[in-house]
Design a protein around this ligand. Structure first.
Ligand SMILES: [Zn+2]
Length: 298
């Protein structure tokens, strides 16, 4: 069970001795984040403040979450920096914005990894090449049809091959037992599919591999391609920041943005919501997710 935001004020534990015998007592003044509630522990006598995910950050949670949101949905970090300067008279380097995106993507991802979205099992899988500082990285991505939830991804610095395709199929299998997996006609998919979903000893649980050979069938799955092209468009914008350590984190951020932050245009709901994960209905979804991640931190 997870605690959602309503329950989070119940008991405030002391940071030093973990006692719940605490009271609100005064405020700490900060330059950018205003007045912050202080607490006093009646057992050990220490003062502390609550960590809502922005502990010791020098900018307001509003500026931070807005930057993450806008960066992941459509602007480069340099453009975002310019917008902040023009409209909010806030000077922040584009590097700080990238740091926020990576820091909070990792934090929220750790929390999201503990959730269990309920998926339809109608899975569409695809992969795309990413031109990365002379490397040709490949981003593998699959979407669950009914929910539009992106249920598996793999970031690889190798060109497409059976081994990566197999790892990717294993990630799909871990997220749901599919009714079917649809791919294009690329050679590595059938082999990877067989390795993961068939074995001599096991039934294959009737998981179907549907191969859509677009050149022959001329049938594009327009609705699912909308999801992939949204992801791909965003990837092409990531220029000059594609160090191998950083690119997968930014990709994870784009996937979080899709699953948990932006309502899907056709369904009018968040993919996570359609997958049975409660939505607190707050407007600032990044703020909400960061708080949830902080309160459910282990
Ligand atoms: Zn204490």
């Amino acid at each position: 069970m997870f605690r959602y935001l309503n329950g989070m004020d119940d008991k405030i534990k002391c940071k030093c001795c973990k006692s719940e015998n605490t009271i609100k007592k005064g405020y700490r003044k900060t330059e950018k984040r205003g007045k912050i509630q202080k607490y006093l522990c009646l057992d050990c006598g220490k003062y502390f403040t609550k960590d809502e995910g922005f502990y010791r950050m020098r900018n307001s949670e509003k500026i931070i979450t807005m930057s993450i949101d806008i960066y992941l949905s459509n602007l480069s970090s340099r453009k975002m920096r310019n917008q902040l300067e023009r409209h909010l008279e806030t000077k922040i380097s584009h590097v700080s914005i990238l740091d926020w995106v990576r820091r909070y993507t990792l934090k929220v991802q750790r929390y999201v990894d503990t959730l269990s979205p309920k998926l339809s099992g109608k899975v569409y899988a695809d992969e795309t090449e990413i031109d990365c500082e002379k490397r040709n990285d490949v981003f593998w991505c699959s979407v669950d049809w009914d929910t539009r939830y992106i249920n598996a991804t793999l970031y690889s610095s190798n060109s497409q091959n059976v081994k990566d395709a197999t790892n990717f199929m294993n990630k799909i299998k871990k997220s749901v037992l599919p009714k079917y997996v649809q791919t294009d006609a690329a050679k590595f998919y059938p082999r990877a599919f067989r390795k993961v979903f068939y074995s001599i000893y096991k039934e294959n649980n009737n998981v179907k591999h549907i191969i859509n050979n677009v050149r022959k069938s001329k049938k594009h799955n327009v609705r699912i391609e909308t999801v992939f092209s949204k992801i791909k468009d965003r990837v092409y914008d990531f220029r000059g920041i594609k160090a191998l350590w950083s690119a997968p984190i930014l990709m994870a951020g784009i996937v979080l943005q899709h699953n948990y932050i932006e309502k899907h245009t056709t369904t009018g709901q968040l993919p996570s919501e359609l997958a049975g994960i409660p939505n607190n209905q707050g407007v600032n979804k990044w703020l909400e997710m960061i708080r949830l991640a902080t309160f459910n931190q282990t």
